[in-house]
Design a protein around this ligand. Structure first.
Ligand code: C2E
Ligand code: MG
Ligand code: MG
Length: 921
């Protein structure tokens, strides 16, 4: 409804705005001016102008002229036989008496009526309110008429209208003073109303003569004035009496007065129509438009408007011409122009424009994004298919547009589950919430791949529409898969890693608990893997690890889970029910599995494995516990013997905990120098001469007192402290021996070596350096090795032995007879002597077999050219018996317990010295 009246309301509003602001006046004036220019007519000839023109000024002299000139003019005009004379020349002030007199005389003699000007003038102060009416001098006014010469200047500075006359105050009474034009036209109208001067009257047809010609009595000039109503006034520009009039013209006041008079004479006093007439016209236009708006096309409507416009102007021109009526058509024309504008606006499809802009924007975005952008109609048939969608699915737009969206699904199934429900797509809920759906898509080549899609719906021009953004997420999924794999697996061996094992172990435990089963966790350590890495390179080490992993994996298969825990540690988690034997049997089996060398790429490598086992529930309730306990068992196994396996039991934890505490204490002891070396004498059984001393370590514990080596040396030797302690022992012992040597006592010092000294560093070089730095004679240093050193069969041991012997240092086999293969070592290693273990010596007097062993050992070593010393001689009888068995040297409490160096010196070397001194004395 509102839409229907919209253009008309707009037009009325426009008209009101223009009308109230007076903006239409300009157009109104322009239209009237146009009519004045179009509708011209000649002058009536009744009115003539006597012009005070430049020629007259030139001939008569500088203005103002003496009044005698005007007197002469008046006389000549009488001679010419004019009807009336109107002077548009100021007679309100006196001039020289003769002139005034002459003019007065001329007035008295005039037969025609003469009119002189009265004009309103602003007073000297220039204030609007103080207006002064200038009238001719009283003496003139008695003989002549006076008439008003003021004209109205319109707002645009032009003179358009002219009044018939005006009421003015003359001595208190209001009298009507005719305007000069009205007087000249002989009008008898007594009204102060104005009319529009008809500027269409051709001024050139107005009879006009020069003032000077009249004064000189030029016959032709006088003839032209016969019976005319004459107006005398200045036309010379220098006299300045000029007015702007319509159509850009400028007229002298006298011509303006003459034109006004002509307008009256020719009944061309143009009168404007009333506002009511204009309103009626506007109303008529609005009614015509209302009636025709919907029935006419825009073009026809425009034509109608143009026709009405022309018709109105034609009528206006007719009224102007025939009836001297000025029809103000400005508002009518403005109304028509407004209707024309409304028609144009109506024609422009703003919605269409906006839609076009939006569509082209959408198109550009759709074409440029990498994602697939697909639109469908309400039946889910594809209507838009962008290059992104082409790239993802392989279909060209021409192949797919019009096809159902289901074509894009791997199974081609219905798409109701994907698209938002129709009800949900009502205008209020059109906006998608940004959530995505995943489904399997199918490319043109048949490949199925994961798609991520987000759907939206909106009410389009052709009903409900759907928009789908599609993304190929196969790469993303692959990447996620890869990341997950990396997080769960060991990259080197492709086995699962510790984290994964932990979670799988937890799951296995849960299942086992439910089925009253048990779960075994075997931690498998590759023995001496560090050495393989160090000597053969890390790349080779990696190959060994891979081969080991593969062997384990192949062997276990699906029975359990094999993981790599760290560098050289693997683990196997397996439900006991799946083992098909005992856990110990499985451990043995795994040990044997590694007996065959591993194929590690460039070469075959033999490795041994040591296993630590923990079985749920005894060996640990949780996966964490199980792992940690299996680790402890492995530690234990490695300490015991490489290649073995140990089943966790709580004692192990206790023991290892103690060991850890001890280790920490020992570290502190190293820092605080709590170790001391004691020395035990070694003597010649025959004669009892002290020939050597074995250096034996003691720990002076701040609370426990003196701790024997048996309580801590095994821990030291299997810890990182080993080397520091061994070095200290060796250095201290050598210094002591050197001190004794310097004091003149050739005491051979025996130092116990630990296995670590053969594994790390260069023992021979270290000893050589020590000998040099202390200055000790090499023959005074004896190194004691035990079977656990020889047993290891380290490749460097033999070489080290040789180099040590080359230095002049002797090597003896400590605790001989206690090991498994003592005799074989005698053959394998270059030794200088052996120490018969205390266990054989202790009961040698009572046990016949001990005596036999000692006896044969002594004779064997003699045959091999080795020295022999018996340990643990606690009494003289034993010493005597050993001497009889052929043993020449001994060590034991019988001769002296281990003691501090100072005690040793005092007890054995002082005596020695005393003896020496006594001998010398
Ligand atoms: P070992 O090398 O066989 O030392 C001899 C051990 O027998 C010493 O025990 C000594 O006190 C003891 N002994 C000597 N004569 C007798 C005797 O007549 N009766 C009895 N009952 N015992 C006797 P100790 O000092 O307790 O040392 C024990 C073991 O600790 C040593 O056996 C040696 O293997 C090791 N050890 C001691 N000091 C060091 C050291 O500085 N470095 C290394 N690596 N091992 C050391
Ligand atoms: Mg020893
Ligand atoms: Mg010993």
């Amino acid at each position: 409804m509102f839409r229907r009246f919209m253009p008309h309301i707009l037009v009325v509003v426009a008209l009101l705005t223009v009308g109230l602001s007076g903006g239409h006046e300009l157009l109104s004036n322009a239209l009237v001016d146009l009519r004045l220019r179009l509708d011209t007519r000649p002058a009536s000839g009744e009115i003539a102008v006597v012009a005070i023109d430049p020629r007259s000024i030139e001939a008569i002299g500088v203005w103002p002229w003496p009044r005698s000139q005007h007197a002469r003019l008046l006389e000549q005009l009488q001679r010419a036989g004019v009807r009336d004379v109107a002077f548009d020349v100021d007679f309100s002030t006196p001039s020289e008496a003769a002139g005034d007199e002459a003019f007065l005389t001329a007035l008295q003699n005039a037969k025609s009526s003469v009119v002189l000007p009265a004009f309103r003038q602003l007073d000297a102060a220039g204030k609007d309110t103080a207006i002064h009416l200038n009238r001719p001098l009283p003496q003139f006014e008695q003989l002549a008429w006076s008439a008003f010469v003021n004209v109205e200047v319109a707002r645009d500075g032009r003179v358009r209208s002219y009044a018939f006359g005006e009421y003015c105050d003359t001595g208190g009474a209001k009298t009507f003073l005719q305007s000069m034009g009205a007087f000249l036209a002989g009008s008898d109208a007594v009204k102060n109303s104005s009319f529009l001067v008809d500027y269409g009257i051709d001024l050139s047809s107005l009879p006009r003569v020069s003032y000077v010609d009249v004064v000189r009595g030029d016959a032709a000039a006088l003839a032209r004035l016969k019976d005319k109503r004459v107006i005398v006034g200045a036309t010379a520009i220098e006299l300045g009496d000029y007015y702007s009039v319509p159509n850009g013209r400028v007229l002298p006041g006298v011509m303006l007065q003459a034109l006004a008079a002509e307008s009256i004479v020719q009944h061309r006093t143009l009168l404007s129509t009333s506002t009511a007439a204009t309103m009626a016209g506007v109303l008529l236009i609005v009614i015509i438009m209302l009636a025709s708006w919907r029935h006419l096309s825009a073009a026809r409507r425009a034509l109608l408007i143009a026709m009405i416009s022309v018709l109105i102007e034609a009528v206006a021109l007719l009224l102007h011409d025939r009836y001297a009526v000025v029809l103000d058509t400005s508002l009518l024309q403005i109304a028509l122009v407004a209707y024309l504008a409304a028609t144009a606006l109506d024609e422009i499809d703003f919605r269409g424009l906006l839609r076009h802009v939006a569509e082209s924007r959408f198109e550009r975005i759709a074409m440029s994004i990498g994602d697939g952008l697909v639109c469908t109609d309400r039946n889910r048939r594809i209507t838009v298919w962008n290059p992104g969608a082409v790239a993802i699915f392989g279909y060209g737009a021409d192949e797919i547009i019009g096809q159902p969206f289901a074509r894009l699904r791997a199974d081609g199934s219905d798409t109701h589950d994907l698209f938002p429900q129709q009800e949900a797509a009502l205008p209020a809920t059109l906006m998608p919430d940004g959530s995505t759906i995943e489904f399997d898509g199918r490319r043109k080549d048949g490949e199925v791949f994961p798609v991520e899609a987000s759907f939206s719906a909106w009410q389009g021009a052709d009903g409900l529409q759907y928009g789908v953004i599609l993304r190929d997420i196969s790469a993303r999924k692959r990447e996620a898969e890869r990341i997950r794999y990396l997080a769960e697996h060991d990259t080197l061996t492709a086995l699962i890693n510790r984290n994964t094992l932990q979670s799988e172990l937890a799951a296995m435990i849960a299942t086992a608990d439910a089925a009253a089963d048990r779960v075994a966790l075997l931690v498998i350590g590759l023995d001496a893997f560090q050495r393989i890495n160090d000597t053969l390179g890390h790349a080779f080490g990696d190959s060994v690890l891979r081969a080991a992993a593969e062997r384990l994996h192949t062997e276990i298969g699906g029975m359990g889970r094999v993981a790599r825990l760290s560098g050289d540690e693997f683990a196997l988690a397996i439900p006991c029910s799946a083992i098909g034997g005992t856990v110990a049997e499985l451990a043995d089996h795994l040990s044997h599995l590694f007996e065959a060398p591993l194929d590690a790429g460039t070469r075959h490598q033999r490795v041994k494995v040591t296993l630590g086992i923990a079985v749920h529930p005894e060996g640990g309730h949780s996966a964490d516990e199980l792992l940690s306990n299996a680790h402890l068992a492995l530690c234990r196994a490695k300490m015991d013997r490489q290649g073995s396996h140990v089943l966790f039991e709580s004692a192990i934890r206790h023991e290892l905990e103690q060991r850890l505490t001890l280790e920490a204490e020992l570290a502190l002891a190293v820092e605080r120098n709590e170790f001391e070396l004691f020395y035990q004498p070694q003597v010649e059984l025959l004669g009892g001469r002290v020939i050597g001393a074995e250096a034996l370590i003691r720990w002076r514990h701040p609370t426990r007192g003196l701790v024997p080596p048996g309580d801590f040396i095994p821990v030291v030797n299997t810890s990182h402290l080993s080397e520091a302690v061994a070095t200290w022992v060796m250095a201290t012992a050598c210094r002591q021996a050197r001190d004794w040597q310097l004091a003149g006592h050739d005491i051979r010092v025996g130092v116990n070596l630990s296995p670590s000294q053969f594994q790390s560093g260069d023992l021979a070089a270290f000893v050589s350096k020590l000998l040099t730095s202390t200055g000790l004679s090499p023959r005074l240093l004896e190194l004691e090795v035990t079977e656990d050193i020889l047993l290891h069969d380290e490749p460097g041991v033999l070489q080290t032995f040789n180099r040590l012997q080359a230095l002049g240092v002797s090597l003896v086999f400590d605790d001989f007879g206690t090991g498994y293969a003592s005799l074989s070592y005698l053959k394998k290693f270059p030794l200088d002597g052996l120490k018969i273990d205390r266990s054989f010596v202790r009961d040698v007097l009572t046990q016949a077999d001990d005596a036999a062993i000692v006896g044969s050992t002594v004779s064997l070593s003699k045959q091999l050219g080795l020295s022999v010393i018996a340990e643990g001689i606690e009494n003289a009888a034993t010493a005597e018996f050993l001497l009889r068995l052929g043993c020449e040297q001994g060590q034991g409490y019988h001769f002296g317990k281990p003691m501090p160096a100072a005690d040793f010196t005092q007890r054995f070397l002082q005596v020695h010295e005393d003896t020496r001194q006594a001998g010398a004395a």
